[in-house]
Design a binder for this molecule. Structure first.
Ligand SMILES: *Cc1c(COP(=O)(O)O)cnc(C)c1O
Length: 243
């Protein structure tokens, strides 16, 4: 199937899940996870209605950005962000989904301040409790939101998680419910400068479930571009990939 047909299928499934969750289809933002996908195929996707490009690796993103920066798309960074890559991520990203520790917050703040700008960010939470996964622990998530909110350069716009890789739907839902609970707690607390606008959860295998559990931003790669040749372990270096 073509990228165009795949996008139509994904958008239909998003719409169905949204209606089931009592939301409007347009309330859900489709983020295209474009790791390993070459620039021309990404261009094809953008021209067929995918308007958010999300990359995991800085060097790969910069190369594609060079080619695609004039396309009608915004750019998200969804991979693990090393502090020594902060300067480079700011060259292309409109949003960073993977803020998960204070050392990174401090580095981002310093660089953003020196450039006189701000950045929309999501706090990544490790809802699957896999030790090898990135993200702040669910228990520490709200205090990381509070601490990060003190930095004017970082605009917290929501939360992100990668659910457990398993066929057990109950376990997957548990991760998503956990993140939604934290999201609601942050809203209830009403932290200055923090806007819980995006709940980024759900990938090709489980985005319909994530939407049912409250996601309004889903990150989909394989269902749009097909199966990747490069193992995900390359993109999630210290993570167990047990799919
Ligand atoms: C690759 C990736 C996705 C999308 O994964 P698919 O299963 O291909 O849809 C979503 N989120 C992150 C962080 C990713 O690295």
């Amino acid at each position: 199937m073509s990228i165009k047909e795949n996008l139509e299928k994904v958008n239909q499934k998003i719409a169905d899940a949204a209606l089931k969750a009592g939301k409007k289809p347009e309330d859900i933002t489709l983020v295209m996870a474009t790791k390993t996908v070459d620039a021309e195929r990404i261009r094809e996707a953008v021209r067929n209605g995918g308007h958010v490009i999300a990359e995991n690796k800085i060097q790969e993103a910069l190369k594609k950005y060079e080619v695609l920066k004039d396309e009608d798309a915004s750019w998200h960074f969804i991979g693990h962000l090393q502090t020594n890559k902060v300067k480079d991520v700011l060259k292309f990203a409109d949003m960073i989904h993977s803020v998960d520790r204070m050392s990174l917050v401090e580095k981002l703040d310093k660089r953003l301040a020196s450039e006189g700008r701000s950045m929309d960010v999501l706090i990544q939470v490790n809802t699957s409790y896999e030790e090898s996964k990135y993200g702040v622990s669910p228990e520490d998530a709200i205090s990381l939101v509070r601490e990060t909110s003190r930095y004017d350069t970082l605009k917290i716009r929501g939360l992100m998680t990668i659910g457990l890789f398993t066929d057990d739907e109950v376990k997957v839902r548990k991760c998503f419910k956990l993140l939604k609970g934290i999201y609601d707690s942050v809203i209830k607390e009403g932290i200055d400068g923090v806007e819980m606008k995006y709940l980024s959860m759900g990938m090709s295998g489980d985005y319909h479930i994530a939407i049912e559990e409250g996601a309004n931003m889903v990150r989909v790669g394989t269902a749009i571009f097909g199966v990747r040749n490069t193992p995900d372990a390359y993109y999630w270096p210290s993570e167990k990939v047990d799919k």
